[in-house]
Ligand binder design. Structure first.
Ligand code: HEM
Length: 207
């Protein structure tokens, strides 16, 4: 059987290669290495954003607009989530490199500045590890659900905050902030629709 590029690990690999090429280009296209790293940090934040929102809204879209595309997104949610974790790992490596070259970076940041991002990174790591069968079984279904649901809401909140705090720097950040708000609304409406569907099923079966 030939592997399909838009499924499973081949899909993850394709996204990972795209993220690495994008990051290398973002660094290479700036005349200054420090500015190049900053630009790549922003680029990976944006690739992470798109991948995260896709995984975050996948099941809601599949309920609200059932189609082969939305069903495929639900099926591939795990690999899109892992590609998000990969993109954010690259974000972290670039931040580390940026901090090494720009020695004023870490001293300029307070504990409060670093807390939301650090907590989100902790959840990203735990969610990525427990997306594999063995660690998931060790954790148990109930704790797995609590970890992944809490993590999703913490990450979405960090994206909302990271974009919101940049609005005074550029009005363009209203766009990603609005996208986060829309994604939250879509997810909640999707959950309501799913609950409604479940309630109607036993009634229909009884009739
Ligand atoms: C302690 C951990 C983190 C540090 C030190 C950090 C650092 C940075 C830096 C230096 C930038 C570029 C700033 C600029 O030049 O404008 C940036 C951008 C950004 N980061 Fe992170 N980050 C962290 C974690 C996270 C996490 C966990 C998320 C999301 C879940 C995130 C989302 C973003 C976003 C949305 C941007 C703006 C991208 C844009 O300009 O469109 N960051 N971060």
């Amino acid at each position: 059987m030939t592997p399909q590029p838009f499924k499973g690990w081949p899909l993850f690999s394709l996204l990972a290669v795209f993220i690495l090429i994008m990051s290398a280009l973002a660094v290479a296209l700036q005349p200054d290495l420090i500015e190049g790293l900053r630009s790549a940090i922003r680029a990976t934040a944006r690739s992470s954003f798109v991948l995260f929102l896709t995984a975050f809204t996948a099941s809601a879209f599949a309920v609200l607009i059932p189609s082969p595309v939305t069903k495929a997104l639900v099926r591939e949610r795990r690999f899109i989530g892992l590609a998000f974790a990969f993109s954010h790992a690259v974000h972290a490596v670039l931040i580390y490199a940026y901090g090494q070259l720009n020695t004023g970076f870490w001293p300029m940041r307070s504990l409060i500045d670093n807390t939301p991002g650090t907590v989100a990174y902790g959840f990203i790591l735990l969610m990525a590890i427990t997306s594999f069968k063995g660690p998931a079984q060790l954790l148990g279904a109930k704790a797995w659900k609590t970890l992944h649901t809490t993590g999703l809401w913490i990450i979405v909140a960090v994206f909302a905050y990271a974009n919101f705090k940049r609005i005074p720097m550029s009005a363009w950040y209203i766009l990603p902030f609005g996208m986060v708000c829309a994604a939250v609304a879509i997810r909640l409406v999707g959950k309501l629709a799913q609950a409604n569907k479940r309630r109607q099923q036993p009634a229909r079966a009884a009739a």
